[in-house]
Ligand binder design. Structure first.
Ligand code: 8YV
Length: 331
């Protein structure tokens, strides 16, 4: 029998995922359930055949350059690979894979939840009932939000997640608009009733709701810059379940504060929300809804992600190219 590969997992994973991996591989898990230090990551890549990192691990060039002879694969437990220097891995002959597709629907559900929660004041209402102030009773002017249906949704990034958001939003009666590097195929466009905008600027100027669904890459860093955010209508609000650095967060907060944007629903951040007093203040006022990166956080989703990792490791062990390989510059 072939020796099992040594698979180092940087964070505690849900029990069924760890159990399944332990059946198949020689698994070492960071029992701490805290992000590994740079030093520990270096130790891991020195020994492992496969490293399974998560978003909280920065697998940069300095770590990858310390990789031992055995390291063949960095199998990210996650879709976005912005935590990994893919070019550095490639130069060293180490594969990088991700866990695509299995978290599209869960992330789109959470995106839709935020699209509903912000204008319909869901969190504000729920908090109000639990606050010290007793509820005086219903009135026709009570907790008026803004209507969703009939509004224009501008999706930034019409990949697999963006498309899943569009399908949901259409069912809620929203008009679908999108900007993407490439136009999607005509049949999908027709099914979604989606309007393509080659110019992001023009789409932003028309949207009532803006949803960010693109990856974080050097090309998308602050794609929603201060200049672009200023193009949006003052009643528009932004939902981000992708990556914080796609938006100039400081500019966005300032604009919401000044009433030049209506609000935001954020699952991802550039800075830690709890240490950002302005953001916390906006959350307390109900203008923004903040979530702690829960977009793909379902048990089923995590199990599916584990299966993706397993398929990539096993395929490589069988001497083939792992199916979810990421090439440098091809995200
Ligand atoms: C994951 C995510 O939970 O997959 C992604 O890109 O952002 C998250 O949903 C995270 O990446 C786990 O590593």
């Amino acid at each position: 029998e072939r020796p099992k590969p040594l698979v180092v997992i940087t964070r505690k994973l849900p029990e069924p995922v760890e159990a399944r991996m332990a059946q198949l591989f020689d698994v070492r898990v960071n029992a701490d359930d805290r992000p590994m230090s740079h030093l520990d990551l270096v130790g891991a890549v020195r020994e492992a055949d496969v490293l399974v990192p998560t978003i909280t691990d920065r697998i940069d060039r300095a770590v990858i350059e310390k990789a031992g002879e055995r390291l063949k694969l960095i199998a990210n437990f996650g879709n976005g690979v912005d935590n990994i220097d893919v070019a550095a891995a490639h130069e060293r002959g180490v594969y990088v894979t991700n866990t695509p597709s299995v978290l599209n629907e869960d992330t789109a559900d959470m995106t839709m939840a935020l699209i509903l929660a912000v204008p319909r004041r869901l969190v504000e209402g729920a908090n109000l009932l639990q606050s010290a102030e007793p509820w005086a009773g219903w009135s026709p002017t009570w907790m008026l939000g803004r209507r969703i249906w009939g509004k224009k949704l501008g999706i930034v990034g019409m990949g697999r997640i963006g498309t899943a958001v569009a399908r949901r939003a259409r069912a809620f009666g929203l008009e679908i608009h999108y900007h993407n590097r490439r136009r999607v195929d005509p049949q999908t466009e027709k099914q979604l009733g989606a309007t393509y905008w080659e110019s992001l600027d023009q789409m932003l100027a028309r949207a009532d709701i803006i949803s960010v669904n693109c990856p974080s890459t050097p090309a998308t860093f602050h794609l929603l810059s201060a200049r672009r955010l200023a193009l949006a209508q003052s009643h528009a609000f932004i939902v981000n379940t992708a990556r914080g650095d796609v938006i100039d967060e400081k500019a966005m907060i300032e604009m919401i504060d000044e009433g030049r944007l209506a609000g935001a629903g954020l699952d991802v951040f550039e800075t830690t929300p709890s240490s950002n007093a302005r953001l916390m203040k906006l959350a307390a006022s109900g203008k923004v809804v903040l979530l702690p990166h829960m977009g793909s956080a379902t048990l089923e989703g995590r199990i599916d992600m584990g299966e993706k990792v397993i398929i990539n490791v096993r395929t490589l062990m069988d001497g083939h190219r792992p199916p979810d390989r990421i090439l440098p510059g091809r995200v």
